[in-house]
Design a protein around this ligand. Structure first.
Ligand SMILES: [Zn+2]
Length: 146
């Protein structure tokens, strides 16, 4: 399929998507309540879709002034063809950063946010291996499309 045609199909799917910021917040709440229950939310945490980014799938930042944490998920994930486990994996990844004291007011547990595979270890410890697996599978195919 020529690139421009497939691009139109994706933007069509995104414009009709039921995935909005409320949907995203429901995914965050589901993950927090079921897999990060021990992690106390000590400041307001927001989540929203950002611009369409093919390489930066998610991020978390702490606003130094208002002390609120903001999770941003690529607008690409509005596309209902992206498995929900892939979206969940991205949210859970950012929740690990929050847990480890990066972009959150919590004490820092590591020197660097991705030190020695700490995210994967954290996800595995929280019984989220299924998300890691789904993400790796998706990533394999996605890389071919780039
Ligand atoms: Zn990260």
């Amino acid at each position: 399929m020529p690139r421009s045609v497939s691009k139109n199909i994706i933007s069509q799917r995104i414009s009709e998507s039921k995935r909005d910021d409320v949907w995203l917040l429901n995914r965050l709440n589901y993950l927090w309540d079921n897999y990060f229950k021990d992690v106390e939310q000590i400041n307001p945490v927001f989540i929203a879709f950002g611009r369409y980014s093919r390489f930066r799938l998610g991020s978390i930042r702490l606003d130094r002034i208002n002390k609120k944490s903001y999770i941003t998920i690529t607008g690409m994930f509005r596309d209902p063809n992206i498995p929900v486990e892939v979206v969940d994996h991205t949210i859970a990844h950012e929740l690990c950063h929050y847990t480890h004291g990066f972009s959150s007011p919590k004490p820092r547990l590591h020197k660097y946010p991705h030190h020695g595979g700490v995210i994967k270890k954290e996800l595995e410890a929280r019984k989220l291996h299924k998300l890691v697996k789904a993400y790796n599978q998706w990533l394999k195919e996605y890389r071919k499309s780039l």
